[in-house]
Design a protein around this ligand. Structure first.
Ligand SMILES: [Zn+2]
Length: 360
């Protein structure tokens, strides 16, 4: 390349050229799961989850898109629940579209966090242990399969990242309008940066969640595990009901593009959401009975206090319960398939935060 330098370059220019390529901008290789991504390249591999009592373990497929220049390490996680497909398909597209040569920092794509649940097509719970992966963080190295998956994700992905986005949608039985969760913990700087992530991702309905644990040893949820470890994080929801619709997939791609721009990892991208709708009081409504569920509302619908959200009957057609909204608000998701088990969700309602409220 030296012969390409024009003769007109003086000593000052040459000094600047070398400064730009100097150690301060050197990006080290990124090693994960036994594979190495050199700067400006892509590498894929599997994180091994060792076997335990009653199972042979599993694998977590990932891709590292390692930029030419150092910067944030953004972890994007799909498939925490097994029948949530648009985030999984969006990450497949991002693997093909993100260019490591023009990227600042590193994107870690976790293509399938919960392989056992994906392959067995189970909603909510892992097929081996009946546990919800997004309720067992930070996991245990020698626990159930779900707990071991959580442990590996915590150690090998969350602990390596600077920012984490756990991308969900309505599970296989859930009909959902897009929204995200902004979690408010006791760490103001992490909370503020997480709010900016939510705005950058671009979903205009944002649930303010103030009820997640602050204890890193009992963080329960994936995104909360990142936050209790000092990393800004977000849980996003786009799509649902077992569908693979283009709109829900593209919405995730759009959100990631916004975050990449916001974090300075890529020069162009969509702006943050201009007019977010903050949702304060919120409640997952649950069935008191096992039987058949008849949803009476749609996601996005505004409901009054007392509006019937769903009816539950027994298997002989007798109405067991009418589940009503405890306050006026908007339906974010409703369970839209007939099976219902006592204690399980039937819908999620949230109320707009009061105008002028102090949104931290
Ligand atoms: Zn989910």
């Amino acid at each position: 390349m030296l012969r390409c330098i024009p003769r007109t370059l003086g000593p000052v220019t040459i000094t600047l050229l070398f400064a730009a390529a100097g150690p301060a901008d050197a990006q080290a290789p990124f090693v994960m799961g036994g594979v190495t991504a050199a700067p400006g390249t892509i590498a894929s591999g599997d994180l091994n989850v060792p076997g335990g009592a009653g199972d042979d373990g599993t694998a977590i497929p990932f891709t590292v898109i390692h930029g030419s220049r150092p910067g944030p390490v953004l972890a994007l996680i799909a498939g925490t629940h097994g029948v949530e497909y648009p985030p999984v398909l969006a990450l497949q597209r991002l693997r093909a579209s993100l260019d490591p040569r023009t990227l600042t920092g590193t994107v870690v794509l976790v293509h399938m966090a919960n392989m056992p649940s994906f392959l067995a097509r189970t909603i909510y719970y892992g097929p081996k242990d009946g546990q919800n992966l997004n309720r067992v963080f930070p996991g245990k190295p020698s626990g159930t399969l779900s707990e071991r998956i959580a442990f590996i994700l915590t150690r090998d992905v969350i602990d390596r990242a600077t920012h984490v986005i756990d991308i969900h949608c309505g599970d296989g039985n859930e009909w959902l309008r897009p929204y995200s969760y902004w979690v408010v913990t006791s760490a103001p700087a992490v909370v503020a940066a997480s709010k900016d992530l939510a705005l950058a991702f671009g979903l205009d309905h944002i649930v303010i969640d103030t009820e997640r644990p602050n204890d890193a040893a009992a963080s329960v949820y994936l995104a909360n595990t990142a936050m209790t470890r000092g990393k800004p994080a977000l849980t996003a929801e786009s799509g649902g009901w077992s569908r693979t619709d283009e709109e829900s997939i593209a919405r995730v791609e759009h959100g990631v593009a916004g975050v990449l721009k916001h974090l300075g990892m890529r020069g162009d991208g969509p702006p943050p959401v201009a007019h977010p709708i903050w949702l304060g009081r919120n409640e997952v409504l649950r069935s008191q009975f096992t039987g058949l569920l008849y949803p009476m509302v749609e996601p996005g619908q505004t409901v009054a206090q007392g509006t019937i959200i769903a009816r539950v009957t027994d298997f002989h057609g007798q109405v067991l319960e009418e589940i009503r909204s405890p306050f006026a608000g908007e339906i974010l998701y409703v369970v839209a398939t007939p099976p219902i088990t006592k204690g399980e969700p039937v819908g999620f309602v949230a109320e707009r935060a009061a105008a002028g409220a102090d949104i931290r």
